[in-house]
Design a protein around this ligand. Structure first.
Ligand SMILES: [Ca+2]
Length: 357
């Protein structure tokens, strides 16, 4: 009898332990390479991936960079408490070579000049050829075969779109740069948008504030018709910022094209003197909305066509290295300056201290 009780006791103990194990939740972590499953793991709740981490995937002509979810880098220090779909991020193998002559010590105008030298002289196309290229450069990452429109996303409904000059045509150095071969056809800043949203953006500066646009009011884009500013929806904010930063650096007036300049207080009516704003807002948007897979794909594909890259998509930290000191000099009023603390805090702690001590 005693033996039977002992057996029953251990049986019960075993039963309870196995029930306990079954209760422990597991989560699925799926690693994707170009939309195909590379590895799928079942990870127990609150555990690390640890040694189950996959080997870096290979892709011809590219170097593996990291795993990310919705544009955010995944850390393998993360305790898994939900399912993950992680995408492999690759950089063109020549990216490392592309920037090899940029001295990492450079900041401010020195860095700007070095980057200008690197990205100018790109291959240019006529305006009429761009529509065909844009269906390629702006193909949706999540819906292949569908065009991704700035200010609204994948054009699943096949609505009418046209070409938005992110740096508005009228904001040239001496009047409009138009759609002639050159600034007006640089694919890095020409993006497909819904006709009506392109009209509402007009040639306004980009800045925070305003009311929802008249058309597609629920998409999150805002316009302020009295201040003449446009605030894109959150997922496009960083894209816009990085495009405009590229434009200022690419066009310095030293190669027969206008000098374009990002400023704090850009004109709201003609003449525009090649200026657009608002610089500090764009700096903030660059931090708030990190580089997305859609932007990375676009940069690679425009690079294929034009043979120049947008350095701010490859290295968003360059923005603060170039314009951080400019903002410090110009905003020496502590009240105004506070608006830029987030930017400054990250990269310019030393400069900040020297300014305020
Ligand atoms: Ca410029």
């Amino acid at each position: 009898m005693k033996k039977l009780i002992t057996i029953l006791f251990f049986f019960l103990l075993f039963f309870l332990v196995s029930c306990q194990e079954k209760k422990e939740a597991t989560h699925q972590v799926t690693f994707l390479v170009d939309q195909e499953i590379y590895l799928s793991l079942n990870i127990k709740n609150n555990r690390l991936i640890g040694q189950l981490k996959p080997t870096d995937p290979l892709k011809e002509g590219f170097n593996f960079s990291h795993w990310e979810e919705n544009g955010y880098t995944f850390s393998f220090e993360t305790r898994i408490q939900r399912d993950y779909n992680l995408q492999a991020v690759f950089m063109a193998a020549l990216d490392a070579n592309y920037y090899q002559n940029i001295n990492p010590e450079l900041v401010g105008n020195g860095l700007k000049a070095a980057l200008n030298n690197l990205i100018k002289g790109h291959k240019m196309y006529s305006y009429s050829t761009l529509n065909a290229y844009l269906t390629y450069t702006d193909e949706s990452v999540t819906n292949p075969g569908v065009i991704y429109l700035t200010y609204s996303g994948p054009n699943l409904e096949n609505r009418g779109w046209n070409k938005e000059h992110t740096w508005a045509q009228s904001r040239g150095e001496d009047g409009s740069f138009g759609t002639g071969v050159g600034i007006g056809t640089d694919m890095h800043h020409i993006r497909p948008t819904l006709n009506s949203l392109n009209s509402e953006r007009s040639n306004y500066n980009f800045d925070a504030g305003g009311v929802p646009t008249n058309s597609y009011a629920n998409y999150g884009n805002k316009v302020n018709t009295s201040a003449k500013t446009f605030e894109p929806r959150d997922e496009d904010k960083g894209d816009i910022a990085r495009i405009l930063m590229y434009m200022d650096v690419r066009y310095e007036g030293d190669d027969g094209y206008d000098n374009l300049t990002l400023v704090e207080n850009a004109p709201t009516s003609s003449p525009y003197h090649g200026q657009i704003g608002r610089l500090s807002t764009l700096m903030q948007w660059n931090l708030d909305d990190p580089v997305s897979p859609q932007e990375r794909q676009r940069n690679e594909r425009v690079f294929e066509k034009q043979n120049n890259r947008n350095p701010f998509i490859d290295h968003p930290e360059l923005a603060n290295k170039i314009w951080g000191p400019t903002l410090l000099e110009k905003n020496n009023q502590p009240k105004e300056f506070k608006n830029n603390f987030k930017i400054i805090d990250i990269y310019y702690m030393d400069l900040k201290r020297s300014l305020y001590i």
